[in-house]
Design a protein around this ligand. Structure first.
Ligand SMILES: Cc1cc2nc3c(=O)[nH]c(=O)nc-3n(C[C@H](O)[C@H](O)[C@H](O)COP(=O)(O)OP(=O)(O)OC[C@H]3O[C@@H](n4cnc5c(N)ncnc54)[C@H](O)[C@@H]3O)c2cc1C
Length: 462
């Protein structure tokens, strides 16, 4: 297959964020048997935050993290890195799923974000944080009404969310695709996700957490008062285990009934020159989401590259590292979306292209699956919105494991599960038709709209 967009031709097929000499050394893999008070399986944001919070609460607690690969090599080293306050994938989704709990969920989101920031500052983590805000833009005139509703929700919940009409949004960021926007300016912005994960890893180690990389969990045994997790060369026995394995449904076969492993694709440009930047403006450096059906997001990096993402895919059997995504052609359509958004940047080249696992659920936000009589909890399902919400997911999972009885454990979010999703062999054809519909609905309409309406009715808000 030939590339339509030559600007992609030299791109490296790996995440920009991980292509950094500051990447820390690997931790030794686990050899032999050990005990712990708390074992965390998975060294992404959820696992690292859980380790830090557990140690901050009780420094004497023995906390061990095992990670199949390296810290940040899962979703946490791959996202757009847009920082949001919501723990529910945005206010509209919170209203859709838990309308009666919105006020509390919003308060928890604000508390979470403030604690997220405070910990980053406390440990002096340099993660290129920028607080330029978060902007949602209407990519079609017919999306403006929905955006007005979103702004109303923001206002009702006390957010500093400014409405931008067509000229105002284009004065912020010059794109012929933008017809209106909401610019939410509180507690939102962008972060370098891998630097954050590496900083959290260092923070956890400084608190005494033992981290073992290249140590995949292979088996779980219920010993009655504890669980034994067996790895290739050892095992950990612990009374409490957090499965922070995101789209890898490790830990229990049932996890898959609620979580689909999607892929989400991202491309990054070379650094823009001052002259190239002047063609688009973007002086306030917001993280941006658009309302296209294949939702696109974009942000600037500290060295003024544009990171542009958002074209989902699915591989049979919920593959988490599909060879199919290590072909540059897969990113061609995304490069096309980029050029529709910024046609004035047709002289830019892309340096990196990558994809990452999305733990998609019908809730589109974190949920918790207790197993083994409550000794183990799976926390995941952020559905592509977990850069900050993962800290909340980690804390809530600890509240459950430690049975602390905090009031938020009474919320529907903690007490209920999302809807189940058909498994293979139905999952692949369902996902494939949906992705085809998503790819083409904006340009071709037709049966694709009816299909997407059906998927909505089944509880998937695409
Ligand atoms: C392309 C992309 C773009 C995104 N953009 C944004 C964004 O802009 N804003 C936002 O808020 N969110 C975004 N997200 C979502 C966000 O990155 C995730 O929600 C978050 O990183 C999830 O963290 P996690 O720790 O739960 O999962 P992960 O970081 O995936 O960590 C799970 C870890 O578990 C390990 N593991 C799996 N199986 C085993 C096993 N058997 N034994 C041991 N370890 C195991 C994996 O190796 C992995 O490291 C994006 C995600 C992707 C993929």
């Amino acid at each position: 297959m030939t590339l339509k967009h030559a600007a992609l031709a030299d791109a490296t097929l790996s995440p920009l964020w991980l292509d950094d000499p500051a990447a820390p050394a690997t931790e030794p893999h686990l050899i032999g048997r050990r005990q712990a008070d708390l074992l965390i399986v998975g060294g992404g944001f959820t696992g690292l935050w859980a380790a830090i919070i557990a140690k901050q609460r009780d420094p004497s607690r023995e906390v061990v993290v095992i990670e199949a690969g390296k810290v940040a090599h899962g979703a946490s080293g791959r996202p757009g890195g847009i920082v949001s306050t919501s723990v529910m994938h945005g206010l509209s989704n919170a209203e859709r799923v838990f309308p009666d709990d919105m006020e509390m969920l919003e308060r928890l989101g604000i508390e979470n974000l403030d604690a997220w920031r405070a910990t980053i500052e406390e440990f002096g983590i340099d993660a290129d944080l920028e607080w330029g805000g978060e902007m949602t833009v209407a990519a079609r005139p017919e999306d403006i009404e929905g955006l007005r509703h979103e702004q109303d929700l923001h206002r009702r919940h006390g957010h500093d969310a400014v409405w931008l009409d067509r000229d105002q949004v284009r004065a912020e960021v010059a794109s012929p695709m933008f017809h209106a926007g909401i610019w939410s300016r509180d507690r939102t912005g962008t972060v370098h996700p891998a630097k954050l994960a590496w900083g959290l890893k260092a923070a956890a180690k400084s608190l005494g957490v033992a981290i073992h990389e290249h140590t995949p969990m292979e088996r779980v045994e219920d010993l009655g008062s504890s669980l034994r997790i067996t790895t290739h060369d050892g095992s950990v026995t612990a009374p409490r285990v957090l499965f922070a394995t995101n789209a890898w449904a490790a830990g229990h076969p049932k996890i898959r009934s609620y979580v689909v492993t999607m892929r989400d694709r991202v491309i990054a440009t070379e650094p823009l020159t001052e002259e190239q930047l002047s063609r688009i403006g973007w002086r306030n450096r917001q993280g941006i989401y658009d309302t296209r059906t294949q939702l696109n997001y974009m942000r600037l990096t500290r060295d003024n590259r544009i990171v542009y993402g958002g074209r989902i895919g699915y591989y049979y059997g919920d593959r988490t590292d599909p060879a199919g995504d290590r072909r540059i052609e897969v990113y061609d359509r995304l490069a096309g979306y980029f050029l529709q958004t910024f046609p004035q940047l047709d002289d830019l080249r892309f340096t990196h292209a990558w994809s990452g696992p999305i733990d998609m659920t019908t809730r589109l936000a974190v949920h918790f699956q207790p197993y083994y009589g409550g000794k183990g909890v799976y926390a995941g399902g952020y559905s592509g919105f977990g850069v900050t919400a993962s800290r909340f997911g980690a804390r809530m999972a600890l509240e459950m494991l430690d049975d602390t009885g905090v009031p938020e454990l009474q919320l529907g979010l903690a007490r209920s599960l999302p809807r189940t999703i058909p498994r293979e062999p139905l999952r692949w054809p369902g996902a494939s038709i949906t992705i085809r519909a998503l790819d083409e609905v904006d340009s071709k309409g037709g049966w694709r709209r009816a299909w997407i309406r059906l998927i909505h009715a089944m509880g998937f808000p695409l």
